[in-house]
Ligand binder design. Structure first.
Ligand SMILES: NC(=O)C1=CN([C@@H]2O[C@H](COP(=O)(O)OP(=O)(O)OC[C@H]3O[C@@H](n4cnc5c(N)ncnc54)[C@H](OP(=O)(O)O)[C@@H]3O)[C@@H](O)[C@H]2O)C=CC1
Ligand SMILES: O=C1OC[C@@H](O)[C@H](O)[C@H]1O
Length: 345
């Protein structure tokens, strides 16, 4: 069985996902939706999509009966309305992170998905990867004893993208937290959950500081301290001003787990993909895990296909309640540093 995908939005990540779909075992790209015919055709021609399936509007793609599922890769402020239109067209949906700008939008998206009885997932792709699943398994098996502290960073140099990029434009949801800060937040929530044998946990407290650029009004860097009850703490860092450390470390009562490249293990140039387990006072050991497919986005697309073919409406790696907890935590992080967008008003 093969899931028939349409892509809405023909920007940077849409290309990465289309390449991933080429290698997916249970899916194929059949249609493209863009804001103009020309961009749709230019994109589609690179992935073997015929011209008549390259649509000049998003609405036209949603009318195509051959499309089972839509991957939404527009800037974040467009996710909500496009996702709602997609589910109302009775299509399943994989919507890029963050799937909404705030809790209010997220609530509307999930209500629409429920009402139309379709699959929906927020595309935190690293959650589907065997490296992440292995870390969860290690935590659940008590490899480092009781989890005490989670440290997670994600930063890159977004300056070369320039002022016109969505990353530096407040009206397009720019800034570090919404672009990449969500990864450390979702990881801390994942691990705090794994420590108590749940899929995720929500922080009981979030304190944050950060820098919002006065001219662009987007956050350039910020750090957040989280507590999950009084037993587990987390320290998160995100920034878009330099390629600084983007690793994760979990500190337990017996030792630590470190992964230098959890977010983009398909890009070894960022940092090596590996899990290191170290008992306190001993040398770190590398932990192996099975990796049949190396393309992160093929792995994600096949995880989605598995869920859809089983008649599930949610993906076990990023459920709807998980996404709701995530958006509430991100909203709180933003509030702490005074970061606002037009969608908040
Ligand atoms: N999971 C992951 O690994 C990654 C996820 N992302 C997420 O994917 C989304 C898209 O990111 P990215 O591909 O980098 O963004 P780009 O700016 O490169 O592309 C966005 C695309 O969205 C469409 N679009 C619709 N409305 C607008 C608008 N008002 N302004 C500009 N473009 C618009 C355009 O396609 P068209 O002209 O065809 O309509 C455009 O090409 C973001 O939400 C981001 O968080 C991004 C990178 C990695
Ligand atoms: O999700 C993402 O991960 C990788 C980053 O380069 C990108 O800006 C971001 O959207």
């Amino acid at each position: 069985m093969s899931l028939k995908w349409g892509i809405i939005g023909t920007g940077s990540i849409a290309h990465t996902f289309a390449i991933g779909l080429k290698k997916a075992k249970k899916g194929e790209l059949v249609a493209i939706g863009s804001r103009a015919k020309e961009t749709a055709v230019k994109f589609g021609s690179q992935y073997g999509v015929p011209e008549e399936k390259c649509y000049a509007t998003y609405a036209d793609l949603l009318k195509d009966p051959s499309v089972d599922i839509v991957y939404i890769s527009t800037p974040h402020p467009q996710h909500c309305e496009v996702a709602i239109q997609t589910v109302q067209a009775k299509k399943h949906v994989l919507v890029e992170k963050p799937f909404a700008m705030n809790e209010e939008e997220a609530t509307r998206i999930l209500a629409a998905a429920k009402e139309n009885n379709v699959f929906l997932m927020e595309a935190y792709m690293y959650r589907c990867h065997p490296q992440t699943r292995k870390i969860v398994e290690l935590i659940q098996n008590g490899a480092i004893g009781e989890v005490k502290m989670i440290r997670a960073n994600f930063a890159f140099d977004g300056r070369p993208l320039g002022a016109t990029s969505r990353l530096w434009r407040n009206e397009l949801g720019g800034g570090a937290i919404l672009d990449i800060g969500g990864y450390p937040m979702s990881f801390a929530r994942l691990i705090a959950g794994a420590a108590i044998n749940k899929n995720f946990a929500n922080p009981t407290e979030i304190k944050a500081v950060g820098h919002i650029q006065p001219d662009t009004k987007v956050d350039e860097w910020t750090t957040a301290s989280l507590s999950f009850g009084d037993k587990i703490s987390a320290q998160l860092f995100t920034g878009i001003f330099a390629d600084t450390d983007s690793s994760v470390t979990i500190f337990g009562s017996k030792g630590t787990i470190t992964a230098p490249n959890l977010w983009r293990p398909d890009l070894p140039d960022m940092a090596p993909m590996k899990i290191e387990l170290a008992e306190y006072g001993k040398k770190p050991q590398q932990v192996s895990f099975d990796l049949v497919e190396t393309d992160l986005y093929s792995i994600e697309a096949d995880a989605v296909a598995d869920a859809v073919f089983q008649g599930e409406k949610e993906c076990k790696y990023m459920t709807w309640e998980d996404s709701m907890g995530q958006i509430r935590a991100v909203d709180k992080w933003r509030k702490e540093i005074g970061l606002v967008y037009p969608s908040d008003k």
